[in-house]
Design a binder for this molecule. Structure first.
Ligand code: CA
Ligand code: CA
Length: 497
């Protein structure tokens, strides 16, 4: 810094202060006799002591020190008005106020307009401040002409010894200028400059007011120029009083597959409630708004349901486990298909495995193949290729193909139409081996057995007392030899006729 510039600024300040003080203040006694220190810092000796920091709002301290020549004053006047007070936040989160420090002439932003504020002027002398806004240079261009120049001494002189001790944050319920009361006192030291304008940040949660302003005070607590007034949004009404839902328990925790269960929640809180159930895929329906929804459980497994309960005062939600237990079921194996297979069928155990005799209805519907098939294993999981016992048979209606084991080998009896439509023939066949791979000749048990009723049915094919026996309608048939290969006899007509 050029000492000449400093001297020039200092002289101008002295001249202006002299003029200024004659009209507004006591003569600036003691103002003379200062000079810039040589070297770095260039802090001019302050010829005026600061007033005692009373810290008592509204009370100006009496000048007790003989060295006290000037009495401080808070920033006042239109140009010293904080006009950028703003807020962020909500009633829920609370509000944060920000504003910029305003004290015209306090170029070094130390809170006081004093001789020390010449230094930044001197250091930046003749620099442009055009478009600098809130930067350091924008601030020290006190007369706002876009250049740091001798003219910036004038605001300094006019506000000489104006002091900002801090800011009062004031709230009002109505916004009326006289209704603001102080809610916080923010000391000057709470601000930060960060290379530009000094700023204040203050967080608060208003109670009973929604209009806010800040007010600079001097060390004596005297208020200066009030800032712009903020109007906060209207405070939302307080939440209604009542207990939110709290889920205590949910039952049941599962059930058997395919069964319907009704889920019930035990909860506390004030009715009415709304419910949102999600059963996590455990059954149908998968979601419900019922308080106690019925659900038909689906596939076995472990599922995670979710329940949300809401009332006017809040919400509670929770996961809950649903275990769907498997139910033992019949094991089903399709023996033969497709086609019209499986009419007139009967089942027997043949050498330790299930075997079936049955009819296969042929295309056209009038004729059948009489077939035999045995499983490869005792549990009937795998089946052999069916053996055709007789082709193109017209099976007597409401009759059957009955199977049994005769002298160690599978055997069947079935009924069929003869060429005479009024006659129904009973046929016996026995396999030549224990598994039924190959079969013997047809034995006609009776050429026309339907003489009692039109459609006697076949049942109860047994190897009884060493002889194959069965019934057809109420006629009881028994072979005369153990493998049924000889003539059969009708032992008894089991009726009164
Ligand atoms: Ca200053
Ligand atoms: Ca200027």
């Amino acid at each position: 810094m050029d000492a000449d510039i400093f001297t020039q600024l200092k002289d101008e300040l002295a001249r202006q202060l002299d003029t200024h003080s004659q009209s507004k203040r006591d003569p600036a006694e003691g103002w003379v006799n200062f000079s810039p220190a040589k070297g770095a810092g260039l802090k001019p000796s302050v010829l005026v002591e600061e007033p005692a920091r009373a810290g008592m709002e509204g009370q100006r301290p009496s000048p007790t020190s003989s060295a006290l020549r000037l009495v401080s004053a808070p920033p006042t006047g239109k140009k010293n008005k904080v006009s950028d007070l703003s807020y962020t936040g909500t009633w829920e989160t609370g509000f944060t106020l920000t504003w910029s420090y305003v004290n015209v002439g306090d170029y070094n932003q130390d809170g006081t307009v004093s001789i020390a504020d010449i230094t930044p002027l001197a250091e930046n002398f003749q620099e442009t401040a055009e478009g600098e806004g809130d930067s350091w240079r924008g601030w020290i261009d006190g007369d706002g002409n876009g250049v740091i120049n001798i003219g910036d001494i004038t605001p300094l002189a006019q506000n000489f010894f104006v002091q900002c001790e801090g800011y009062l944050v004031q709230g009002s319920a109505t916004g009326d200028a006289n209704s603001f009361i102080t809610t916080a006192n923010i000391p000057f030291s709470d601000s930060s400059a960060d290379g530009g304008r000094r700023r204040f940040i203050h967080s608060l949660t208003p109670t009973g007011y929604r209009y806010l302003r800040v007010m600079p005070i001097d060390p004596a607590g005297l208020p200066g120029e009030a800032s712009n007034v903020l109007e906060l949004p209207e405070q939302p009404p307080p939440p209604p009083e009542g207990d939110p839902p709290e889920i205590v328990s949910i039952s049941p925790d599962g059930g058997d597959e395919g069964t319907q269960v009704v889920f019930v929640v035990e909860l506390t809180g004030d009715a009415p409630f709304t419910f949102l159930w999600d059963f996590g895929g455990a059954g149908e329906p998968n979601t419900s708004n019922y308080a106690s929804p019925p659900v038909t459980l689906g596939a076995p497994g472990t599922y995670t349901g979710h329940l949300t309960v809401t009332n006017d005062y809040g919400t509670d939600e929770t996961d809950f486990p649903i275990t769907v237990n498997p139910v033992p079921k019949w094991h089903v194996t399709v023996v033969e298909g497709p086609g019209y297979v499986g009419e007139y069928c009967t089942l027997a155990e043949v050498n330790g495995a299930p075997a079936i005799a049955y009819g296969e209805r042929l295309p056209g519907g009038a004729l059948f193949n009489i077939k035999y098939v045995r499983a490869r294993d005792s549990s009937g999981e795998q089946w052999n290729t069916p053996v055709v016992l007789e082709r193109d048979v017209k099976v007597a209606q409401l009759s059957s193909v009955v199977i049994s084991v005769v002298k160690g080998n599978p055997a069947v009896v079935y009924s069929r139409q003869t060429d005479d439509p009024f006659k129904k023939r009973l046929v016996f066949m026995r396999a030549l081996d224990a598994l039924g791979t190959s079969w013997g000749e047809q034995i006609v048990v009776e050429e026309d057995y339907a003489d009692l009723v039109p459609d006697p049915s076949l049942h109860g094919f047994l190897f009884l007392n060493g002889l194959p026996t069965f019934i057809a309608g109420l006629k009881y048939y028994r072979a005369i030899d153990e493998d049924g290969s000889q003539r059969w006899e009708v032992c008894q007509r089991c009726s009164n006729r």
